[in-house]
Design a binder for this molecule. Structure first.
Ligand SMILES: C[S@@+](CC[C@H](N)C(=O)[O-])C[C@H]1O[C@@H](n2cnc3c(N)ncnc32)[C@H](O)[C@@H]1O
Length: 343
């Protein structure tokens, strides 16, 4: 089979001799591969690579010794430059199919280091679906500090590793620990914060919805008279109180509940949302669509749900004025994005 392109999740897409669609794990665009069908569905098949007959010139031997055993980093067989090209092509495809819009072909994807970038990780002591334990001595995507911690942990329990940098970050120390959400790529995070800050501009009111420990508000608060930060995890509160200044309020409540009760504030504010991978619920989306927001920043760790929600916002009359990607998760097919909407 000749592979035409990669799709969301990274599988290669092509057509079998009878014209039917086949998704091949581990295959890259342009490659000719011998495959073994592993699953036959009504409309498509899934397959694995048996032999690569014509490789992509940017294919490489996965550099990590645990590749294929630990279950992570499934894009290692592509050179980093190709990983970025693939992320761009997958995202363009997603937006064209799901959001029904064409993003600029060369929309920006900001990149940092390909290795040693992660400041948080969960270590498992069993492989998913098996009882095999893989003794990992060093993980190539973890920061040096986390690799030091990895050496210290006991091989008996599940452990969260976290290093929110002991030193200041963009001039500030941000309080958080492993019990709450925190971004995992500290090298590229300042870029995202700067771009969000530029897009938000300044004004009377910033609503930081899905705020975690108040990361974005911590850097944008000086540009607004008042900041309201919404987060449903109550464990974030004690950190947010340290991270946020006097013009900020933190509410430990769901985005849906708070926005439902305070809809009149939405149209007066610059609104920043940063939901989990599932994107926003229909309930929240309806509220955002009904209350015309002059500037809406949507930060997303899942382009598929961002594309879905973009369509709904466009249907409600919003205009998409900027889209950028941030390669927060090298060696995977995940991409962080920021989309800016206005009316
Ligand atoms: C992707 S994180 C972003 C956190 C923060 N903006 C940051 O960058 O550190 C999403 C956050 O939304 C919170 N969350 C999930 N569902 C929520 C909801 N329905 N209402 C409010 N917060 C929610 C999670 O607890 C998590 O802290």
């Amino acid at each position: 089979m000749r592979v035409e392109k990669c799709v969301q999740g990274g599988a290669g897409f092509g057509r079998l001799a009878d014209g039917s669609v086949c998704f091949v794990e581990g295959a890259l665009p342009g490659e000719v591969v011998e495959i073994k069908v592993t699953e036959q569905k009504k409309d498509f098949a899934r397959a694995g690579v048996v032999k690569i007959l014509e490789p992509n010139v940017k294919r490489r031997v996965p550099p990590c010794e645990y590749y294929g055993k630990c279950g992570g980093c499934n894009a290692q067989y592509a050179e980093f430059e190709l990983q970025i090209e693939l992320l761009r092509q997958i995202t363009l495809d997603l937006f064209s199919r799901t959001a029904k819009i064409n993003l600029p072909q060369n929309f920006e994807i900001h990149c940092g280091s390909e290795w040693g970038y992660r400041c948080r990780a969960q270590v498992f002591f069993e492989m998913r679906g098996s009882n095999t334990v893989i003794p990992v001595e060093k993980c190539m995507v973890l920061s040096e500090k986390l690799n030091e911690k990895l050496k210290e942990i006991s091989l008996t329990k599940k452990t969260n590793l976290f290093d929110n940098q002991s030193e200041k970050f963009l001039g500030k120390y941000i309080h958080a620990d492993e019990s709450v959400f925190f971004q995992s790529n500290l090298e590229l995070l300042p870029k995202l914060i700067r771009e969000a800050s530029k897009a938000a501009n300044e004004g009377e009111l910033l609503l930081d919805i899905f705020c975690g420990v108040g990361l974005f508000s911590a850097f944008l608060q000086s540009k607004f008279e008042r900041v309201i930060a919404i987060e449903q995890n109550p464990l974030c509160q004690k950190f947010a109180e340290k991270n946020l200044g006097k013009n900020c309020e933190f509410h430990a409540v769901s985005a849906e509940e708070w926005c439902g009760k305070n809809a009149e504030l939405l149209s007066k504010a610059c609104v920043l949302i940063d939901p989990p991978r599932a994107g926003i619920t229909n309930q929240l989306c309806d509220i955002l669509c009904k209350n015309k927001i002059s500037k809406l920043l949507y930060i997303s760790c899942n382009p598929a749900t961002l594309a879905r929600d973009t369509r709904k916002l466009l249907n409600a009359g919003y205009e998409l004025i900027d889209v950028q990607g941030f390669a927060f998760y090298p060696q995977t097919f995940h991409l962080e994005m920021m989309a800016v909407f206005s009316l």
